[in-house]
Design a protein around this ligand. Structure first.
Ligand code: AMP
Ligand code: ZN
Length: 471
């Protein structure tokens, strides 16, 4: 039984999605104003592992991860570089998508803010209509935090003193902690038309709107880095529950621990980022992925050469184990006979498999789960390869393939041969038949035509040429 740690309740809860069999998951993605760095990857890999495990357990998972393509930082960078905000956003969106591909992360949907302006305006309209928001003299719209009774519970900031204040437009707000839903355009900034005048969305509103649009008014998992709990997720929660009249909007809030460099969060503003495009020159993406996939999603991860070296060694061991087992299976005859040692090994593998699932069921305890994976590789090298038995090797290989469904680093060893190119094969047979006819081997040529017909391929002879159709 899977249990997950819900940031909102601060305890482990039994995982039970809204609709049995389906998990709806929204993860806060990047603001695309710079290269994707290792800190981002920490969060993206963690949620990919979570998704893969849920799929392994049989759930259909819908994974939405937004792209913030308009924001103060994007505008600032576009000014600094004398190009449009869209060029900046497009460049770093490309980088982000390339990184995900290299890390073997497949997100189902990547909605962008600027493609959802009309839905955002509608959502803000709803908040105004219900009395949870107000329009300020500048034309900006703010969420009235006091009007929503449950503010601060997600982050545990229960007193107003802890809510701080948004830096901008403070004077026109009712309360310093009210946050912008719509920002009135300042000269030279990109803007969209709205009932409150030209402007652009505030940051938080996009996630409420896009999650609702693609997942519905309530969904199962909302994820992101723990840096987003306050104010971003606190605000998302407040405005969504207020506008939609649902509670809880999100069933499980999951947050990743930060990736740090010498104790400090890796972030652009601290100037300590390592872009993945650079890291991939030194380390294979599989190694980076393995490193990040095997630390618990809630732990703080420190960026260090030593941990990457360790991941490099682990990756090599896994890859070698798979290849050695495949080698055994190419050579060994399949046999139903099992030695006593073989029997023992099969039982041990059953124990490792159980251990893996039990660990993952404890709030996705990957580090514990992967201790079983490494135990398996040890068994492969120390015992299975010693005196190979096909049935045992086959089981070990299948188990590694199963574990890799979550790990996602060994795909190239397990990818099946591509499907046969049917068209080319038929063309080849047709060509052989043509040559036979030329050599007056009509009997054989006719036999080929009959055989193909039995397989559902009809040949039409047009003089020397032959065309074919699938029946
Ligand atoms: P950003 O583009 O900074 O909004 O970040 C995109 C996603 O990456 C969010 O879910 C962040 O919480 C996460 N993230 C950013 N920096 C880090 C970090 N140093 N460690 C872990 N996650 C991070
Ligand atoms: Zn968000």
């Amino acid at each position: 039984m899977l249990r997950v740690y819900n940031t909102l309740s601060r305890r482990l809860e039994v995982f039970s999605p809204l609709n049995p069999g389906t998990v709806l998951m929204y993860v806060c993605g990047p603001t695309v104003y710079d290269y994707t760095h290792v800190g981002h990857a920490r969060t993206y890999v963690a949620f990919d592992v979570i998704k893969r495990y849920l799929r392994l357990k049989g759930y259909d998972v819908v994974h939405v991860q937004n792209i913030t393509d308009i924001d103060d930082k994007i505008i600032r960078r576009s000014r600094e570089e004398g190009r449009s905000w869209r060029e900046v956003a497009d460049e770093f969106t490309r980088d982000y998508l390339e990184v995900l591909e290299k890390l073997n992360i497949k997100v189902d949907l990547h909605p962008r803010v600027t493609e959802h302006i009309s839905e955002i305006i509608e959502f803000i309209g709803l908040l105004l209509e219900k009395g949870y928001a107000y329009v300020a003299p500048s034309g900006s719209v703010y969420f009235d935090v006091d009007s929503y009774g449950d503010y601060g519970r997600l982050s545990g900031r229960l007193s107003k003193e802890e809510w701080g204040q948004e830096q901008e437009y403070v004077k026109e707000k009712k309360h310093p902690y009210d946050f912008a839903l719509w920002k009135a355009a300042k000269p030279g900034e990109p803007w969209w038309e709205s009932p409150w005048g030209p402007g652009r969305p505030g940051w938080h509103i996009e996630c409420s709107v896009m999650a609702t649009l693609y997942l519905g008014e309530r969904f199962d998992i909302h994820g992101g880095g723990s840096d987003l709990i306050f104010p971003h997720h606190e605000n998302e929660r407040a405005q969504s529950e207020a506008a939609l009249g649902v509670k809880p909007w999100v069933r499980y809030w999951l947050h990743t621990g930060m990736l740090t460099v010498e104790g400090q969060k890796m972030s652009k503003s601290l100037g300590n980022i390592v872009p993945l495009k650079d890291l991939f020159r030194e380390w294979q993406p599989e190694v980076v992925r393995l490193w990040l996939a095997t630390v618990h999603y809630r732990s703080v991860v420190n960026f260090s050469d030593a941990s990457l070296h360790q991941a490099g060694r682990n990756y090599e061991r896994l890859a070698n184990a798979v290849q050695a087992l495949q080698e055994v299976l190419r050579k060994e005859e399949y046999s139903f006979k099992l030695s006593d040692e073989g029997r023992k090994l099969l039982r041990e593998m059953a124990r490792l498999r159980r251990g893996f699932y039990e660990a993952m069921d404890e709030d996705f305890n990957v580090s514990k789960a992967f201790s079983y994976v490494y135990e398996l590789t040890s068994i492969v090298f120390s015992r299975i390869l010693e005196k190979p038995e096909a049935a045992v090797a086959l089981r070990a290989l299948a188990l590694l393939e199963e574990f890799n469904k979550v790990l996602g680093v060994l795909d190239k060893f397990f990818s099946r041969a591509p499907p046969l190119p049917l068209d080319q094969l038929i063309e080849l047979i047709v060509e052989v038949r043509k040559r036979l006819r030329k050599a007056r081997e009509y009997e054989l040529a006719d036999w080929i035509r009959e055989q193909l017909l039995k397989q559902g391929v009809r040949l039409y002879d047009r003089g020397e040429e032959t065309v074919w159709r699938l029946l």
